[in-house]
Write a protein that binds this ligand. Structure first.
Ligand code: CP
Length: 306
């Protein structure tokens, strides 16, 4: 692997992604073989925004590879609270750690960090922009549960305007043959123009935009639900009006194919009824588990320890 940082889902070629997915599968099959490959290495997790899965899975990944971790989950406990710039923080942390995973509310913050870092920087989410390691998680899930990454009809449902996981997944899946997207959202929360024009239209990817999940669920191979992102709304009334736009329940699942899988980057609020968890097609917790293994593979590749 020649790449130093992972900032955008397109930073890796399809071949490099295959290497990561193959390694993730090897780690799943034989975790003991990889339990010391990061001996002596340190991962810094710098989280300027809340997280459960991404931070814990990065930290669990490094510990399962035999490495150590440092970092913060609350920026006010760091010198950011005293006015230190991101550039200075990264300059310092890249002296202490061998690799950095960073989440930040500002779009472009991870790219900026990579310019000041002596060690690999992984974007763990930058504002409403991109979330490339969620995309690695999503691709590994699809590859593992749907026998490969080609020829899938993917329904993306919910807050497609603010959902960075959606933007990253559209970019990544647009490279695979036969991908067709059905974009399900209220008009107010439809995909950003740059995704529609610079990714979908520019690459001749088949897609259509609809407002009702019930109208299209029977066509889908993959249903990717997302939460309405309260923290990205400027107007609380608008959030309250839109927050329950979609609720996937047992009745709607009856309309879907027997082998459709339901994915969700999590956390969920109420867009998937908990009764759906019992359905064998509910794949979101398995997806989160794949997230840890794919991050193990990513860390190992970026540190060149395998
Ligand atoms: N999927 C995801 O990014 O979850 P967290 O916000 O809990 O990290």
């Amino acid at each position: 692997m020649t790449k130093k940082h992972l900032i955008d889902p397109m930073d890796f070629s399809k071949e490099e992604l295959e290497e990561i997915f193959n390694l993730a599968h090897q780690i799943i099959a034989n975790p003991k073989e990889y339990s010391n490959v990061c001996d002596g290495k340190i991962l810094a997790t710098l989280f300027y925004e809340p997280s459960t899965r991404t931070r814990f899975s990065f930290e669990a990944a490094m510990m399962r590879l035999g490495g150590k971790i440092l970092g913060f989950s609350e920026p006010n406990s760091s010198s950011t609270a005293k006015g230190e710039t991101l550039a200075d923080t990264i300059t310092m942390v890249s002296i202490y750690a061998d690799i950095i995973a960073m989440r930040h509310p500002k779009e472009g913050a991870a790219r900026l960090a990579s310019m000041y870092s002596e060690v690999p920087v992984i974007n763990a989410g930058d504002g409403g922009h991109q979330h490339p390691t969620q995309t690695l998680t999503d691709l590994l899930t699809i590859k593992s549960l749907k026998e490969g990454l080609n020829n899938h009809v993917i329904g993306l449902c919910g807050d497609l305007k603010n959902g960075r996981t959606v933007h990253s997944l559209i970019k990544a899946m647009s490279r695979y043959e036969g991908t067709k997207f059905i974009l399900i959202s209220p008009k107010e929360l439809s995909i950003p123009t740059y995704i529609r024009e610079e990714v979908l239209l520019k690459n001749n990817v088949e897609f259509r935009e609809v407002e009702k999940l019930e109208d299209v669920i029977e066509e889908l191979d993959i249903l990717y639900m997302t939460r309405i992102q309260k923290e990205r709304f400027f107007n609380e009334e608008e959030y309250l009006r839109l927050k329950d736009s979609y609720i996937l329940d047992v009745e709607k699942m009856k309309l879907a194919k027997d082998d459709m899988i339901v994915m969700h980057p999590l956390p969920r609020v109420n867009e998937i009824d908990i009764e759906v968890d019992k359905d064998k097609r509910a794949s979101y917790f398995k997806q989160a588990e794949y997230g840890m293994y794919v991050r193990m593979a990513l860390i190992a590749k970026l540190l060149e320890v395998v």
